[in-house]
Write a protein that binds this ligand. Sequence first.
Ligand SMILES: Cc1ncc(C[n+]2csc(CCOP(=O)(O)OP(=O)(O)O)c2C)c(N)n1
Length: 701
Amino acid sequence: MTVNIRAIEATDTAELLDFLALYRTMMTARVMNDLLKIRKTQGKFPFYIGCAGHESIAAVVAALTPDDWMSLYYRDLGAWLQRTGNIIEPLREAYSRTTGSMGAGRNMPSHYSSRRQRILPTVSEVGGLAPFAGGVAYALKREKRDEIIMFTVGDGGVATNDFNALFRMSAVHQLPILMVVEDNGWAITAASSIQWAGSLVEWARGGGVYAEEVDGTDAVATYQASVRLVEHVRSGKGPVLMHLHLGLLDAHSSSTDIKSYRKKEEIEATAATKDPVKNFGLWLVEHGYLQEGDSERIRKEVRAELEHAETQVLQEPEPTAERVMQHIVNVPTWVENTPRGAQRLLPMLGAINEALVELAKRDENFFVYGQDVGSPKGGVFGATAQLVTQFPGRAISSPLNEQIIVGVVAGTGMVDGKARCAEIQFIDYHQSAAQTIRLAARVSYQNFGDWTVPIIMRTKSGSGGGGPISSGGAGGGAFGHSNSGEQWFTTVPGMITICPSTPFDAKGLLLEAARAQSPVVFLERGRLYRSEPPKDSQGRIIEAMAEYWNVPDGYYTLPIGKARRVRIGDSENKASKLAVICWGTMVLESCTAAANIVNRSGGTIEIVDLRTLAPFDEDAITAAVREANRVIVVTEESDLTSFGRHVHSWITQNCFYDLDCTPAFVSALPAPAAPYNTQEETAFFPTARTIEKRIEELLAE
Ligand SMILES: Cc1ncc(C[n+]2csc(CCOP(=O)(O)OP(=O)(O)O)c2C)c(N)n1
């Protein structure tokens, strides 16, 4: 693709600006910075990271409208003040008061956030917000809104994967975003010359993004450039990168000694020439807006205002330990929703296709975003094939970058609080998006519920091949295509993890996942996409499971966090002699094992299909163990620290007195993944035969 970049014509827009108001905002940022720096030194709170030298970011914000979105970083007190005019919130965060609207005292100072004011929740991970900001821009463009988003990052942040993902998504989709690189020459002790080679502006232009160098030590020049660049973005001409040159007047943070890494002469020269507040003050005097002495008067007025606000903040409450578990995860309250549609025999892939179509019918802004999903084939597994035909434009093919995929869906969901669907082709490849996924899960906790990041992340996981491992033979998925994946997500607080084993559950749970405000990872076992119900060793379908291959037409939901308890055996009335706790493909393997045993020796074995892994159904497990007194946990994961091991340990800790013998555990082997060749692959995974053998041993104890 050839991208033509037209130079933007300069216009004199300075007269549109209320210079004195901007100066006062910048002065407020500086005075607050100096006040909080001192308070930290006085031991009033543990940490402070300041804005001195970056106050001219307020001039960029002055070129935005209040409806525009902002993704800030910790040097952007000036941006916060310019947007909100609110001096008390940054003080509340410094003193971590529950009254604080950014995080109610949960996050460090200088982590700006406000859903109401459209300021995305700053994270400590440098560049970490970038994919989310891109997602917001994606939504603004897709929904043809007039708003744009400003994203800021330091020169160090430019080197992060997150920023590079944002840059690519902005360029490829020509998003309405102004990316501001606040280059103060330092990333803690590292000079900016090690963050990129050559010219940042040339690099950006070569990548399809219009870019300009701007002198951030001159607030008027910054404002004039911002007006032009914002206009460029808003008028649909595509994204812009502003390389804003600044000086860092203080040390990196309260934890850094400036003299330990910067030369005295450089510090002095920076203070003399690169102080935007001082420079702007001189300009205002020179142009007759202020008189000598006015700057000092304004500084004193601001200081008095801040000290007054500080007195108020100090009377406000601090968090107490009781609230430490609040706002971790948002599981939707299930509303009874009996399926009414005609039942058809359908494989899981058909059920997933139907669920996505149902979501598209119900929400005109719903879409699926992922590699190949927009092709007529509907992604490599065909999960979006029906969406592609029935709702053109709602299954959208992405670049080959998982962080972009998650970012687009996460940011879009933050704009209106509704989940869209990211498709990750194979679970192994989510890894480049891992930070974005974890941040999405953390945001609600960090900001005390102010922001939520609803996402559905569907992904093919587990052993390659078709049908249960016992009947389907080798999958050949090998490395990169056969990880089961639960260990990556069930360890993340704030994340919901679902792994259905039947077509009926897959459709109902996927539809319910769209109601969640927390990110949901939906593990689709590739072996189950086209699988029939499980069979015993004589090839007879196991009746207790067969009904879940009948999928109702239309919309229905199933509760998140509830297991399904299935009894395999001769009598509903007799207590089960053993409980198997499992999910996904292992449900089918366990049913086969259980059926073979009860066929031979009678009795009942209960299969507890967890369906949701996090949060898992503790009540169902407790009840099943209490009834059977013998339990086995079966997982497709490697025998390392894993979700299966966690459940096993949970049972030991919580159900000990209901157990007649040690809970058993069956898993894959502790190797990196299933090797490609059949012999080794089969040895790696647990199958109905391994499970059957272990159950027999347990029953004999
Ligand atoms: C991903 C990540 N790596 C490392 C850190 C530790 N860290 C905090 S700030 C910082 C430097 C950031 O420099 P830059 O982006 O230039 O911003 P500046 O502080 O200079 O404004 C580093 C390395 C972090 N917070 N996040």
